[in-house]
Design a protein around this ligand. Sequence first.
Ligand SMILES: C[S@@+](CC[C@H](N)C(=O)[O-])C[C@H]1O[C@@H](n2cnc3c(N)ncnc32)[C@H](O)[C@@H]1O
Length: 89
Amino acid sequence: MVQIEHLNLGDKTAVRNKKGFDIIFCRNVLIYFDDVSRKQLVDQFYLALNPGGHIFLGSSESVGRISTAFKLKRAGGYLVYYKEEGDKQ
Ligand SMILES: C[S@@+](CC[C@H](N)C(=O)[O-])C[C@H]1O[C@@H](n2cnc3c(N)ncnc32)[C@H](O)[C@@H]1O
């Protein structure tokens, strides 16, 4: 199931209300945010992911440099960040 809608990632309230994602693709967007906003946004992405959900940023953007909440695994020769299954946050 895919739902398409506009979302201003600078709108903290709107972002906070987003929940229940299995995958977040956010390639080459964080470059428009300052360090503080970028960290806040990635923390919100973490909360918006379902346990076991995955996040994909651009190849030059590292989740690990922004947040320590995500787990890292190797999948198909790539390193992938995800939210641990047991994490209900
Ligand atoms: C460099 S493009 C990347 C587009 C695409 N993700 C890709 O990798 O080809 C940056 C994108 O960030 C979006 N963007 C910038 N600020 C945004 C914001 N506050 N909320 C949502 N999208 C934003 C722009 O609309 C643009 O589509």
